[in-house]
Design a protein around this ligand. Structure first.
Ligand SMILES: [Zn+2]
Length: 103
């Protein structure tokens, strides 16, 4: 998975296509990400005792990582990401269209 927490991504598929947001959580095992402001669901809940309030709760749910692309800060569009090694041996991600290193 080439998306990590705190990355800025663009949604390229699904109902929130075109939206941008910051990755709040990444779930590499499930290959899903939780993106700020993306994929809100409305949950109708009933009051259960004193703990839960009745009403509509809106919250974000994770989406498949295949629905998002990393946004390149330099060319400002969704980037195809490549990997390369720096001189010091670090593995970094880079934008395939402009070559900008993203780590
Ligand atoms: Zn770029």
């Amino acid at each position: 998975m080439n998306i990590r927490k705190n990355d800025t991504v663009m949604v390229i598929a699904g109902k929130d296509k075109g939206k941008q947001g910051k990755v709040r959580f990444a779930y590499p095992k499930q290959e899903r990400v939780l993106v700020e402001g993306v994929n809100f669901i409305k949950k109708h809940s009933r009051a259960r005792g004193a703990v839960r309030q009745a009403g509509i709760i809106e919250r974000e749910v994770s989406i498949p990582v295949s629905n998002v692309m990393l946004l390149c800060s330099k060319c400002n569009h969704p980037a195809r990401v490549g990997f390369r090694f720096l001189a010091d041996g670090r593995k970094v991600r880079f934008c395939r269209s402009c070559g900008e290193v993203m780590d």
